[in-house]
Design a protein around this ligand. Sequence first.
Ligand code: CO8
Length: 261
Amino acid sequence: MRMSYRCILIESRERVALITLNRPEALNALSDELMDELGTAIAEFDGDDGIGCLVITGSDKAFAAGADIKELQAQNFFDVFRRDFPSAAGWSAARRARKPIIAAVAGYALGGGCELAMACDLIIAADTARFGQPEITIGTMPGAGGTQRLARAVGKSKAMELCLTGRLMDAAEAERAGLVSRVVPAAELLAEAQQTAATIASHSLPITMMIKEAVNEAFETGLREGLQLERRLFQSTFATEDHKEGMAAFVAKRAPKFKHR
Ligand code: CO8
């Protein structure tokens, strides 16, 4: 496990990994270096048997203020086309991770920052959170899933408005629109996210992974294929020891002791 990074901080406690974006001088703008480090950390925690759930967070002021504009400023079309930006390790690692990832968002989650939060499996927001895709105001557009995931999360009209005007959404509006699962007081954000992660990590890991896969499939396929996958995964849970243990524990009125966590 790589222990030292320049742009992120990592720690883990009781099966929950915490990754903190840490470029305060740039409001956690997602530089190539940060995204590479994030990709490494996600992949390592995802492959770590001692971890059941990941939390990604930023600072009180910013989850992340987007792509690093200072880094992108000098690049031309062929520069970004050639390296297929943004295809940095961080984006693919977040997509490939089999364990749930919670985004704990306080302050700005803008542009690539909003896209990173949406690439996670669920978002818990502080009441200070502000979400938006303001790329239009600097002459570009979302490029890491913003138009697609925002439209799926909040519907066409609001996604269009946010992407076309660059308007920011506060936490209450984001919750009403279905972008975030919950809004909590800023002072409690990390504790709430870690508690949620601990609850997730306390369950059977194979079943948790199946549920994550099935819910994500809802955004990839039509209803018929999604229902089919869900049914097959549901049936697969019957092949696990944790399924037997979970049901036996319920019937015996005791807490389950899952083997695979
Ligand atoms: N990139 C680089 N530096 C940034 C960024 C950024 N996105 N955001 C803030 N900073 C820097 C500022 O330049 C400033 O640095 P310095 O102190 O050296 O001047 C420092 O962070 C503090 O920022 P501000 O002084 O601007 O702080 P304010 O509180 O006045 O304003 C805002 C905060 C409103 C968040 C403001 O900083 C802002 O508008 N930032 C840019 C937001 C934005 O447009 N984001 C979209 C970027 S484009 C994008 O994300 C495309 C996605 C494509 C794929 C993603 C790939 C990773």
